[in-house]
Design a binder for this molecule. Structure first.
Ligand SMILES: [Zn+2]
Length: 68
């Protein structure tokens, strides 16, 4: 049965980092890839600093740790 979550926030799931944007770990958190559905203030704040999440520019993709 469903246990009531103390916090029912919806976090933003970063599909590029493969983690929740505000840094939460684990699978007990609700997350979405759609920024409009995000209710977590931390995620919303971090999202606000990102101009466009949908546009993947080649230069931006090359800046991370993608080259493993
Ligand atoms: Zn969050």
């Amino acid at each position: 049965m469903d246990a009531l979550m103390p916090i029912s926030l919806v976090h933003y799931y970063d599909t590029r980092l493969h983690q929740i944007l505000c840094g939460l770990r684990g699978f007990d958190h609700r997350s979405t890839k759609h920024s409009r559905n995000v209710t977590c203030p931390s995620c919303v704040g971090l999202l606000g600093k990102r101009p466009t999440m949908t546009a993947l520019s080649p230069s931006d993709a090359a800046t991370g740790n993608a080259a493993l």
